[in-house]
Design a protein around this ligand. Structure first.
Ligand code: ZN
Length: 191
Protein backbone atom coordinates (compact mmCIF):
# COMPACT_ATOMS: atom_id res chain seq x y z
CA UNK A 1 0.00 0.00 0.00
CA UNK A 2 1.51 3.36 -0.93
CA UNK A 3 1.49 6.36 1.42
CA UNK A 4 -1.39 8.14 -0.32
CA UNK A 5 -3.65 5.13 -0.23
CA UNK A 6 -2.80 4.59 3.42
CA UNK A 7 -3.55 8.22 4.31
CA UNK A 8 -6.79 8.17 2.32
CA UNK A 9 -7.96 5.00 4.03
CA UNK A 10 -7.14 6.40 7.47
CA UNK A 11 -8.98 9.62 6.63
CA UNK A 12 -12.04 7.62 5.65
CA UNK A 13 -11.94 5.69 8.89
CA UNK A 14 -11.31 8.89 10.89
CA UNK A 15 -14.27 10.68 9.26
CA UNK A 16 -16.55 7.67 9.80
CA UNK A 17 -15.68 7.60 13.48
CA UNK A 18 -15.98 11.35 14.02
CA UNK A 19 -19.36 11.60 12.31
CA UNK A 20 -20.63 8.26 13.63
CA UNK A 21 -23.77 9.63 15.28
CA UNK A 22 -24.52 12.24 12.64
CA UNK A 23 -27.05 12.01 9.82
CA UNK A 24 -28.04 14.35 7.02
CA UNK A 25 -30.97 16.59 7.87
CA UNK A 26 -32.94 15.32 4.86
CA UNK A 27 -36.03 13.17 4.91
CA UNK A 28 -34.00 10.04 4.22
CA UNK A 29 -31.65 10.84 7.11
CA UNK A 30 -28.71 9.49 5.15
CA UNK A 31 -25.57 8.71 7.16
CA UNK A 32 -23.38 11.82 7.17
CA UNK A 33 -20.56 9.73 5.75
CA UNK A 34 -22.49 9.52 2.47
CA UNK A 35 -22.04 13.28 2.07
CA UNK A 36 -18.32 13.03 2.77
CA UNK A 37 -17.90 10.12 0.36
CA UNK A 38 -19.75 12.08 -2.32
CA UNK A 39 -17.57 15.17 -1.85
CA UNK A 40 -14.40 13.06 -1.90
CA UNK A 41 -15.62 11.23 -5.01
CA UNK A 42 -16.29 14.47 -6.86
CA UNK A 43 -12.83 15.77 -5.94
CA UNK A 44 -11.10 12.51 -6.87
CA UNK A 45 -12.75 12.50 -10.30
CA UNK A 46 -12.15 16.22 -10.85
CA UNK A 47 -8.44 15.85 -10.07
CA UNK A 48 -8.06 12.57 -11.93
CA UNK A 49 -6.84 10.96 -8.72
CA UNK A 50 -3.69 13.08 -8.78
CA UNK A 51 -4.24 15.11 -5.60
CA UNK A 52 -4.53 12.93 -2.48
CA UNK A 53 -4.34 15.97 -0.17
CA UNK A 54 -7.42 17.42 -1.86
CA UNK A 55 -9.42 14.20 -1.53
CA UNK A 56 -8.32 13.63 2.08
CA UNK A 57 -9.30 17.18 3.03
CA UNK A 58 -12.60 16.59 1.24
CA UNK A 59 -13.29 13.61 3.47
CA UNK A 60 -12.40 15.62 6.55
CA UNK A 61 -13.91 18.96 5.52
CA UNK A 62 -16.71 18.97 8.13
CA UNK A 63 -14.81 17.43 11.05
CA UNK A 64 -13.78 20.68 12.75
CA UNK A 65 -17.06 22.45 12.04
CA UNK A 66 -19.42 19.64 13.03
CA UNK A 67 -17.55 17.34 15.45
CA UNK A 68 -15.21 17.73 18.41
CA UNK A 69 -12.14 17.40 16.14
CA UNK A 70 -9.42 20.02 16.58
CA UNK A 71 -7.00 21.40 14.02
CA UNK A 72 -4.12 20.05 16.14
CA UNK A 73 -5.58 16.57 15.92
CA UNK A 74 -5.86 16.80 12.13
CA UNK A 75 -2.30 18.08 11.89
CA UNK A 76 -0.99 15.23 13.98
CA UNK A 77 -2.91 12.58 12.02
CA UNK A 78 -2.76 13.96 8.48
CA UNK A 79 -0.16 16.75 8.42
CA UNK A 80 -0.18 20.55 8.38
CA UNK A 81 -1.29 20.87 4.75
CA UNK A 82 -4.51 18.90 5.27
CA UNK A 83 -5.22 20.61 8.60
CA UNK A 84 -4.81 24.09 7.09
CA UNK A 85 -7.07 23.18 4.19
CA UNK A 86 -9.85 21.90 6.46
CA UNK A 87 -9.63 25.08 8.53
CA UNK A 88 -9.89 27.14 5.35
CA UNK A 89 -13.31 25.62 4.61
CA UNK A 90 -14.52 25.72 8.23
CA UNK A 91 -17.06 28.36 9.25
CA UNK A 92 -16.51 30.39 12.41
CA UNK A 93 -19.33 29.06 14.55
CA UNK A 94 -19.10 31.94 17.00
CA UNK A 95 -20.77 34.05 14.29
CA UNK A 96 -24.51 34.15 13.60
CA UNK A 97 -25.66 31.83 10.82
CA UNK A 98 -26.61 34.69 8.51
CA UNK A 99 -23.15 36.22 8.90
CA UNK A 100 -21.47 32.87 8.28
CA UNK A 101 -23.45 32.45 5.08
CA UNK A 102 -22.59 35.98 3.98
CA UNK A 103 -18.90 35.37 4.65
CA UNK A 104 -18.88 32.20 2.59
CA UNK A 105 -19.85 34.34 -0.40
CA UNK A 106 -17.40 37.17 0.25
CA UNK A 107 -14.36 35.07 1.24
CA UNK A 108 -14.64 32.34 -1.42
CA UNK A 109 -12.72 34.22 -4.15
CA UNK A 110 -9.78 34.75 -1.78
CA UNK A 111 -9.37 31.14 -0.77
CA UNK A 112 -6.72 28.73 -2.05
CA UNK A 113 -7.40 26.70 -5.18
CA UNK A 114 -7.95 23.48 -3.25
CA UNK A 115 -10.31 25.17 -0.79
CA UNK A 116 -12.37 26.53 -3.68
CA UNK A 117 -12.58 23.07 -5.24
CA UNK A 118 -13.81 21.62 -1.93
CA UNK A 119 -16.41 24.38 -1.74
CA UNK A 120 -17.76 23.52 -5.19
CA UNK A 121 -17.89 19.79 -4.39
CA UNK A 122 -19.58 20.46 -1.04
CA UNK A 123 -22.21 22.70 -2.58
CA UNK A 124 -22.83 20.20 -5.40
CA UNK A 125 -23.54 17.47 -2.85
CA UNK A 126 -25.74 19.81 -0.84
CA UNK A 127 -27.78 20.93 -3.85
CA UNK A 128 -28.48 17.31 -4.74
CA UNK A 129 -29.58 16.68 -1.16
CA UNK A 130 -31.77 19.78 -0.93
CA UNK A 131 -33.41 18.85 -4.24
CA UNK A 132 -33.94 15.14 -3.60
CA UNK A 133 -34.11 14.79 0.18
CA UNK A 134 -34.72 18.19 1.76
CA UNK A 135 -34.76 18.77 5.51
CA UNK A 136 -38.20 18.36 7.00
CA UNK A 137 -40.24 21.54 6.90
CA UNK A 138 -38.20 23.24 4.18
CA UNK A 139 -40.56 24.95 1.75
CA UNK A 140 -39.79 25.18 -1.95
CA UNK A 141 -38.99 28.88 -1.39
CA UNK A 142 -36.45 28.06 1.27
CA UNK A 143 -34.86 25.43 -0.95
CA UNK A 144 -34.66 27.98 -3.78
CA UNK A 145 -32.96 30.40 -1.39
CA UNK A 146 -30.41 27.72 -0.62
CA UNK A 147 -29.79 27.14 -4.33
CA UNK A 148 -29.32 30.85 -4.93
CA UNK A 149 -26.88 31.19 -2.04
CA UNK A 150 -24.87 28.12 -3.11
CA UNK A 151 -24.58 29.55 -6.61
CA UNK A 152 -23.22 32.80 -5.18
CA UNK A 153 -20.58 30.93 -3.18
CA UNK A 154 -19.58 28.84 -6.20
CA UNK A 155 -19.39 31.98 -8.39
CA UNK A 156 -16.34 32.93 -6.31
CA UNK A 157 -14.75 29.51 -6.78
CA UNK A 158 -14.81 29.19 -10.57
CA UNK A 159 -11.97 29.13 -13.09
CA UNK A 160 -10.11 26.11 -11.76
CA UNK A 161 -11.78 22.92 -12.89
CA UNK A 162 -14.33 22.82 -15.73
CA UNK A 163 -15.50 19.29 -14.90
CA UNK A 164 -16.30 20.10 -11.28
CA UNK A 165 -18.07 23.31 -12.30
CA UNK A 166 -20.10 21.38 -14.86
CA UNK A 167 -21.23 18.90 -12.21
CA UNK A 168 -22.28 21.77 -9.96
CA UNK A 169 -24.13 23.42 -12.85
CA UNK A 170 -25.87 20.13 -13.64
CA UNK A 171 -26.94 19.70 -10.00
CA UNK A 172 -28.21 23.28 -10.07
CA UNK A 173 -30.18 22.81 -13.30
CA UNK A 174 -31.68 19.48 -12.32
CA UNK A 175 -32.51 20.67 -8.81
CA UNK A 176 -34.18 23.82 -10.12
CA UNK A 177 -36.26 21.77 -12.55
CA UNK A 178 -37.37 19.53 -9.71
CA UNK A 179 -38.19 22.46 -7.44
CA UNK A 180 -40.10 24.03 -10.31
CA UNK A 181 -42.25 20.92 -10.56
CA UNK A 182 -42.74 20.71 -6.81
CA UNK A 183 -43.59 24.40 -6.66
CA UNK A 184 -46.42 23.85 -9.14
CA UNK A 185 -44.50 25.32 -12.05
CA UNK A 186 -43.54 28.45 -10.14
CA UNK A 187 -39.86 27.68 -10.68
CA UNK A 188 -37.33 29.67 -12.60
CA UNK A 189 -34.10 30.97 -11.25
CA UNK A 190 -34.22 32.70 -7.90
CA UNK A 191 -32.79 36.15 -7.36
ZN1 ZN B 1 -20.04 19.41 3.82
Amino acid sequence: MNDSLLALTLAFEFAAQKHIDQRRKGLRAEPYLNHLAEVAGLLARASGGRDPVLVIAGLLHDTVEDTATTAAELEQEFGAEVAALVLEVTDDKTLAKSERKHRQVTTAPHKSARARLIKIADKTSNLRAVALSPPEGWSVARRLDYFNWARQVVAGCRGLNPDLEAWFDQAFREGMARLGEEGGGAGGEPG
